[in-house]
Design a protein around this ligand. Structure first.
Ligand SMILES: Nc1ncnc2c1ncn2[C@@H]1O[C@H](COP(=O)(O)OP(=O)(O)OP(=O)(O)O)[C@@H](O)[C@H]1O
Length: 241
């Protein structure tokens, strides 16, 4: 992968970021002075046990949650210092989110689900074009209930990609899918990263998936326990788990 150009380095950078939830007397450090950086166009896998803080980190990066302290730099902007109003714009224009459950609107077709999301963002791509790219060119007018789980997840990925986001954030995107379908979705995410030079961050609890990533970030107890780069990331097809 052609990297190491200065402008692509540290596209995302978390500096000394903490997120503390206070529940009465109890203090939960979901994220504890975490630090890491990601270059532009990388395919990143975030792994760690349940409760390690993975979702909290992703939600902070996506502007869905705020930090207790620390700095969150995305494309040179410190979003930790954003007002609520600026964060709303950031979520709308700069972030594509893919969740375990697809969150499609049941009474809208695949095409309408994507178009709906595009109504609120600044520089959207063409909904039909993106649906074709994710392999759904012949399912544009189907409702979610007429699509398989994998196809519904493709719609939700198209919905996120059509926003032309700076970051594509995926929280357990294959959690509700069977093995083969999950693999196909991960392949789509890896291919998208390569073809669109999109920065893609995928959370998983499955450490067998780490060879597919350019960068692996292991999180434990709200901190990075290990981070490394794979010189030669494996195509998903070659990974078995
Ligand atoms: N809104 C909240 N209020 C209180 N505690 C929270 C809240 N959100 C998360 N936590 C706590 O913060 C810690 C980290 O949670 P988080 O969901 O980020 O972990 P995770 O690594 O994504 O886990 P999982 O793989 O199970 O989803 C957990 O102990 C969790 O209970």
């Amino acid at each position: 992968m052609a990297k190491n150009q200065d402008f692509e380095k540290d596209f995302v950078k978390l500096k000394n970021v903490s997120k503390i939830y206070r529940m009465g007397e109890v203090e939960i450090r979901a994220v504890d002075k975490i630090e890491f950086a990601i270059d532009k166009g990388e395919f990143v896998v975030v792994v760690g046990p349940s409760g390690a803080g993975k979702t909290t980190v992703l939600n902070i990066l996506g502007g869905m949650d705020t930090v207790t302290s620390g700095d969150v730099l995305v494309d040179g902007e410190n979003i930790a210092k954003y007002s609520q109003r600026k964060l709303t714009g950031y979520r709308r224009d700069d972030i594509g989110f893919v969740f375990q459950f697809y969150n499609l609107v049941p009474n809208l077709t695949a095409k309408e689900n994507v178009e709906l999301a595009l109504q609120i963002c600044k520089e959207p791509l063409d909904a039909v074009q993106v649906l074709k790219e994710v392999g759904l060119g012949n399912r544009l007018d189907n409702f979610p209930a007429q699509l398989s789980g994998g196809e519904q997840q493709r719609v939700s990925i198209a919905r996120a990609l059509a926003k032309n986001p700076k970051l594509l954030l995926c929280d357990e995107p294959t959690g509700a899918l069977d093995y083969q379908t999950g693999k196909a979705i991960l392949k789509l995410l890896q291919d998208t990263c390569r073809q669109k030079k999109m920065t893609v961050i995928v959370i998983t609890h499955n450490s067998a998936l780490t060879p597919m990533a350019d960068r692996v970030i292991k999180i434990k107890n709200g901190k990075v326990s290990k981070m490394y780069l794979n010189e030669n990331p494996e195509p998903i097809e070659n990974i078995e788990w």
